[in-house]
Design a protein around this ligand. Structure first.
Ligand code: 1GP
Length: 249
């Protein structure tokens, strides 16, 4: 474990960065990955995230290899399990599912992956992974067998992330789950930003530039979009226009 921090520093550096979450189970054809890579770079997207609740090691490796062939953007692993690691990626969100009480996702998968990770050259980023109720049962809830924090329970969310920070986790990922109906509450971010400086990532159900901008304004460092780009790759044109406007301003 080499303790590199390049990508962590980049994420910490500013708010309103954007990552595309690629699900290797659904994104297999080279042609799709080429288009995604070109459009993402043109749009000024910052990172690719790769992973998912039910992804196989083979699909993950293949997807990362293709991304690496076709884009310069950093590829970060967002693993659903211990087998979802690859040295071809640049960094790994080492997810600690601290909103849940399932030991497998608190320490089990980590131990299973540790020896292999030790041999790899990945930047490992200890991440407080906090599931938030997105208004529907998502696959991450089912697979992890954990209960997300309800949107109206800010105190639980706050205490959870404070404990995570005290345990040494370095960034917070609030996830309402893939295809969530309700987003991570923006007011949580405003409140937390008053007392904690660690980088915050938000994902789940994001479908509009307005939402991206709201999270940026609240102080979110990285906004993750999966489904909506999968379904409508031209959303990347809107992201491009948005990024150019932000730059001008
Ligand atoms: C889920 O945060 C991600 O883990 C992204 O969710 O696919 O709904 O964008 P979406």
């Amino acid at each position: 474990y080499k303790g590199r921090r390049a990508i962590f520093d980049e994420i910490s550096g500013k708010t309103g960065q954007i990552a595309i979450l690629v699900d290797p189970e659904k994104t297999k054809e080279e042609e799709i990955i080429v288009r995604l890579a070109q459009k993402a770079e043109f749009a000024g997207v910052n990172y690719f995230l790769v992973g998912g609740s039910t992804v196989s090691a083979k699909d993950l490796k293949q997807c990362i290899a293709l991304l690496k062939q076709h884009t310069q953007l950093p590829v970060i692993l967002f693993p659903g399990a211990s087998h979802q690691i690859s040295d071809d990626a640049d960094a790994l969100f080492f997810l600690n599912l601290i909103s849940g009480r399932n030991p497998d996702y608190l320490i089990g998968h980590h131990i299973a992956a540790a020896s292999e990770l030790q041999e790899m050259n990945l930047e490992i980023i200890p991440t407080a992974y906090v599931l938030v109720d997105g208004g529907k049962q998502t696959s991450v809830q089912y697979v992890s067998q954990t209960t997300p924090i309800p949107g109206e329970q800010f105190s639980i969310a706050r205490n959870t992330v404070l404990a995570g920070m005290m345990l040494g986790l370095q960034l917070i990922y609030f996830d309402a789950g893939s295809g969530a109906y309700n987003l991570v509450p923006t007011d949580w971010i405003y409140k937390l930003r008053k007392e904690i400086q660690v980088p915050i990532i938000v994902g789940g159900g994001i479908k509009s530039i307005e939402t991206i901008d709201k999270f940026k304004e609240a102080g979110v460092n990285l906004i993750v979009i999966g489904n909506h780009i999968e379904e409508n790759i031209d959303f990347l044109l809107d992201i491009g226009n948005y990024n150019r406007e932000v730059k001008k301003a």
